[in-house]
Design a protein around this ligand. Structure first.
Ligand code: PPS
Length: 299
């Protein structure tokens, strides 16, 4: 049985969500992304899916604005592979910071941004929790109300985790490959202006990560402001912000339970409720085989 249904576009061995712009003009759109006219002030969030993108997007927006107010748009509005018309980004005045984001692998991201050393913020999360989050996202359609989703298909957990570990035929490609490529690009200097934050550190002890972020962005932010941002971006508050943010896309993502379906549990270690002993052993071994590449995984 094929793992990912045929309706999902495929590119260089990996699958992609069926965003309309990708199903109608896959190669054209990917080409536009690679040749995107980045600006020195652009900040690009690069994450493997389910690593905390929505969270860091909200935090980053607040740090840049210098106030703890929710973004008026969902991160999807500046997600390169999802937006059909780049004029929404091109029309942003030159003196405003654009926060763009993508789950695409490094080679398929805007090359000008990378080559010119513009800022990149990467969030990394324990791949076991990423896998659980990803699986639940794919399987959670029943809980959704108004929004048509670009990624959902039935799959069993054993089948999902087997493919996730091997990294073959994945939506956006495999986790190990994604992270290894970024790490290597950091080592070789190809990615010269990147801050890697860890989901687990941000959750357990947020202030050092928030301070590092403000410093990386070159923004003066008081401890008081960062504490306020941290509070506004807590999982509990962010999962119910649709109304407060007055953003249609955020409201549309509210599920029948009244929570935004992008926000499930927001915990460290939920993998323990999903992995069998054998699955955990096999996955831990996989992580060890990649140790040489200095991937820091916070368990
Ligand atoms: S996506 O669709 O790939 O962009 O998803 P992404 O935002 O990267 O990751 C979704 C997971 O991040 C959790 N999340 C948070 N955790 C802690 N605090 C905050 N504020 C927060 N916001 C989102 C979200 O719940 C998903 O993880 P799981 O484990 O499924 O709950």
């Amino acid at each position: 049985m094929p793992y990912i249904p045929e309706r999902y576009p495929r590119y260089k061995g990996y699958a992609l969500p069926n965003f309309p712009v990708l199903t109608t003009d896959l190669l054209g759109h990917l080409d536009k992304i690679k040749n995107f006219d980045s600006r020195p002030s652009d900040i690009m969030i690069c994450t493997y899916p389910k690593s905390g993108t929505n969270w860091i997007y909200e935090i980053l927006t607040m740090v840049i604005k210098g106030c703890a107010e929710y973004a008026t748009k969902n991160k999807g509005a500046s997600m390169l592979e999802a937006i059909d018309d780049f004029r929404v980004l091109e029309n942003v005045p030159e003196n405003s910071t654009r926060i763009i984001n993508s789950h695409l692998p490094l080679d398929d991201l805007p090359q000008k941004h990378i080559e010119n050393g513009y800022k990149v913020v990467h969030v990394m999360r324990n791949p076991k929790d990423v896998a659980v989050s990803y699986y639940n996202y794919l399987a959670s359609k029943k809980d959704r109300t108004t929004m048509e989703v670009a990624l959902d298909f039935p799959i069993s957990w054993p089948m999902f985790i087997d493919h996730f570990g091997r990294g073959d035929d994945q939506v956006y490609g495999g986790w190990f490959n994604y992270v290894k490529t970024l790490e290597k690009a950091k080592e070789t200097g190809k990615l010269s202006n990147i801050l890697t934050l860890h989901y687990e550190q941000l959750k357990r002890d947020p202030m050092p990560s928030l301070k590092a972020l403000a410093e990386f962005l070159g923004v003066k932010a008081s401890d008081e402001l960062l504490e306020e941002i941290n509070d506004k971006c807590s999982f509990e508050k962010m999962s119910t912000i649709g109304e407060e943010a007055k953003d249609n896309t955020k409201i549309k993502m509210m599920s029948i339970t009244g929570k935004n379906f992008m926000f499930r549990k927001g915990q460290i270690g939920d993998w323990k409720n999903w992995f069998t002993v054998a699955q955990n052993e096999a996955f831990s071994q996989l992580i060890e085989t990649h140790e040489g590449l200095k991937i820091t995984i916070h368990l």
